[in-house]
Design a protein around this ligand. Structure first.
Ligand code: GYE
Length: 611
């Protein structure tokens, strides 16, 4: 029956394609997979570019068929579109949601049956296979910096900015960061919401109310078509001297790149659609390729007249070196998870024929900096860093940039602007902290909860972000708070010492231990038991990493919640390096897929783990 249904579906899809996608060829190959694509609308240019990219990439794969639907901006219709696509027996869904809140339930339901790739706007939670989208906060900051650069000396409180946006999730995030960025230079911004994010709507809005332009020095429009509309209105009104910044940066007729090149607008910020990446990852997911990330955050660029030509110049397929030489500054002896990360990188380097020089240093940024400088002098093709702490990296990142050597960050982040490194591969540490807090509040629903926090290495990005994520969730609850926080440096000894010191200075009044990693949690177990405090029973214990020892302790009831922080980053790193050497632009961040383990986790999920 399923075969008949699939054959019928295949014919129906081909027929539907003939209607929906006139440009799509109907090759004679067998239909190996059918990908349903639910688009938010086909009214905005960004969506039309997305559709083109999806089709163009799908054309490269024999046997991939796309069935597209257009929600026309209506979330109820999009929900019905998804259900209709499911009735066609599709193998995978790609969706660009109209309204993330409204579409989260149907996406979660679909994800129970088939893989789902979400584009552009992340739904709430993580019920999807992969999210691909831009960093809207970064885009807002880049647009703000473009405005401030245009204002130059004329910036400050006497200047005036008109922001033309539309009422969408992405627009709100971008606007908040944009206004924050320009406000730091005391530049006042007036924001108006347009009913439609289109050229005509922007033009009509200004023509119908020219007073909006009173005293304005710069207009920031949330896409290049609105920016073009603003330009046409200024021309019609005979208003000169107002600068314009747009968004999206597409090529083609009246695309942002052309508008900047022609001086119609003064700058734009690129916002890639992710359509090409979506098809590539869809094929990998359908082929059950391992190591699929959870999120791909795409890089955006500020485009000005002085760099628009370079930006459009095809990245030359660099003569890929016969053997790619990689210098890796890895953190030294620290935790069992660190060892697993190191081994994963080493094995992947062998699998990808990469010449890897991995060296370990004392856990000091000065030591790691010296090692990176050595790699620069050795003229490595790529330098990879797992930064022991987040601060203090700018000088050596600038040295690497001056030497033309790309820097990839793996497993930990630095507190420097995004342009100073090529890509980050690792976890969403804040979400790991949130997951611990959500579990705790669910596990102890009624009572007051006093938490002892065991922090990781001071100043390290996982320690900072896990704490932030945990506190973000418990701050919403009056009954749960961190009553004591101590640094355990991600080690077992550090965890044990922290609990010992607590007990030496006061009686045990703790309901839960939030450990930033497994090793610190495991380091407390024996000592607690020696003091007559049953770990997992008398005190709930949460930790992060997902190492085998922690999962053993979970199954024996001595630990209660283990949030995974996958260290097996080798394959993703080496694929990124290979892509980079072939001239491909890497995403800004590649975020790993991670689980939460509790006493309710099916035993099958504990098997075949590699660390
Ligand atoms: O949680 C800990 C390791 O950098 C995310 O460092 C990593 C952390 C991990 O020592 O076990």
């Amino acid at each position: 029956m399923r075969r008949f249904k699939r054959a019928f579906t295949g014919l129906l899809c081909l027929a539907l394609l003939a209607v929906l996608l006139p440009g799509c060829s109907t090759r004679k190959t067998s239909v190996e997979c059918v990908i349903g694509v639910s688009l938010a609308n086909l009214r905005e240019q960004w969506r039309l570019v997305l559709k083109d990219e999806l089709e163009a990439e799908a054309e490269k794969y024999d046997g991939v068929r796309l069935v597209m639907t257009d929600a026309a901006g209506d979330s109820e219709k999009q929900e019905a579109d998804v259900e209709r696509l499911m009735s066609y027996d599709i193998d995978l869904l790609i969706i660009s949601p109209t309204d993330v809140e409204a579409l989260t339930p149907v996406i979660s339901k679909t994800y129970e049956k088939i893989p789902v790739i979400v584009l552009d706007r992340a739904v709430e939670g993580y019920d999807y296979s992969l999210f691909i989208g831009p960093d809207n906060n970064l885009i807002g900051r880049q647009a703000g910096k473009a405005v401030l650069e245009l204002l130059g000396e004329d910036g400050g409180s006497d200047a005036s900015v008109l922001e033309m946006k539309n009422d969408s999730f992405a627009s709100e995030s971008r606007s908040a960061e944009f206004v924050k960025t320009v406000s730091e230079a005391e530049v006042p911004t007036r924001s108006i919401d347009l009913p439609e994010a289109t050229r005509d709507c922007a033009e009509d809005t200004l023509l119908s109310d020219p007073e909006l332009l009173e005293g304005v020095d710069v207009i920031f429009a949330h896409n290049d078509y609105m920016a073009y509309g603003a330009h046409l209105a200024l021309e019609e009104l005979g208003v000169n001297g107002i600068r314009i910044v747009g968004l999206d940066g597409f090529s083609g007729e009246n695309g942002g790149l052309q508008l900047v090149e022609q001086g119609v607008i003064d700058a734009t910020v690129t916002c890639p659609t992710g359509g090409t990446e979506a098809i590539r990852y869809a094929v990998d997911i359908i082929n059950q390729v391992s190591g699929i990330p959870k999120q791909i955050i795409l890089r955006s660029h500020q485009i000005r007249p002085d760099n628009v030509a370079d930006y459009q110049r095809e990245t030359p397929l660099t003569e890929k070196p016969a053997v790619i030489r990689v210098g890796y500054a890895q953190i030294g002896e620290e935790s069992h998870r660190r060892e697993a990360c190191t081994e994963s990188i080493r094995q992947a380097a062998k699998d990808f024929d990469v010449d890897l020089t991995m060296e370990f240093t004392q856990p000091l940024v000065e030591e790691q900096t010296r090692l990176v400088q050595r790699f620069i002098h050795q003229d490595m093709d790529v330098i990879v860093i797992s930064p022991v702490v987040a601060e203090g990296w700018l000088p050596v990142l600038e040295e690497a940039r001056a030497a033309g050597i790309p820097i990839l960050l793996v497993d930990r982040m630095v507190d420097e602007e995004e342009g100073m490194y090529t890509s980050f591969i690792g976890a969403d540490f804040e979400e790991e902290g949130r997951r611990c807090a959500r579990w705790l509040l669910d596990e102890l629903p009624e009572q007051t909860i006093r938490v002892l926090e065991l922090r990781g290495t001071e100043g390290s990005s996982p320690a900072q972000s896990r704490k932030n994520g945990f506190e973000e969730v418990i701050d919403g609850s009056s009954r749960c708070r961190i009553v004591h926080s101590a640094c355990g440096n991600f080690t077992r000894e550090g965890g044990r010492l922290a609990v010992q010191e607590y007990l030496e200075h006061r009686g045990w009044d703790i309901d839960a231990i939030f450990a930033h990693n497994d090793d610190m949690a495991l380091g407390t177990l024996e000592y607690l038991a020696e003091q007559g405090i049953q770990p997992g029973t008398d005190v709930k214990i949460m930790s992060i990493d997902g190492t085998s020892d922690a999962l053993d302790a979970l199954q024996s009831g001595r630990v209660n919640c283990v949030v995974e922080c996958n260290p097996l980053l080798g394959p993703q790193l080496m694929k990124a390096i290979t892509d980079l050497m072939q001239g491909k632009e890497l995403p800004l961040r590649i975020i790993t897929d991670e689980s939460v383990f509790t006493k309710d986790t099916p035993r099958s999920q504990f098997q075949n783990r590699k660390y």
